[in-house]
Design a protein around this ligand. Sequence first.
Ligand code: URA
Length: 239
Amino acid sequence: MRLDKYLADLGLGTRSEVKQYIKKGKVMVNGSTCTTTDRKIDENNDLISFNGQILSYEKNRYYILNKPAGYVCANHDNLHKTVFELLKGENLKGLFTVGRLDIDTEGLLIITDDGALSHELLSPSKHVAKTYYASILGIADESHITACHKGIDIGDDDLTEPALLKILNTDQINNTSEIELTITEGRFHQVKRMFHALGMEVTYLKRISMGTLKLDSEIPLGSFRRLTSEEIEMLKNNK
Ligand code: URA
């Protein structure tokens, strides 16, 4: 693996930032300063240090992807493009998506090979919050905020768990609303089914956060980056 990619993968900076660090002599390989950005290293055996601190390569891999519509959350699909096709240049072996977004849903998707973290984030008993931004056909009001809080019958055995509905904007002329909904479960088509049960329809859906992780504007639609070690720790501790 190239030294600059290794450092960027560890979250030390963007590819061009870490190249600058290397050129400035901040990086050592096996005890000698290395100023060659495309130096090939063996991430499992070479000793790499940055600013005098020895780095250790992650055992697992963690990505955040800003999923565009038109891609399915599956490792293989005969009909549709998969989100893994967006992880260009990455080794896909062992990776899976943490939960799924519908083909027409956009936004934050975590991709990893860490089954334990995936379980932590998806297990209903952990109540990990997921926030969605949605455009709605219909006018959302106080009664819908109360209904989401109390739980909604979406045709399952149980009502939905308490959810937080925030109304961002309503447009009486076009009969539309913009909302944010925070849920702590991950039922099939949950957000769409909740609004359907309330007599409205979701026309656009985007996940903007999952647990402690937020989708920032620096990840354009269809792009991804590795999670930093701080982000991974925060996700693991759900704080
Ligand atoms: N709820 C939905 O209806 N669809 C998604 O993709 C995610 C949550």
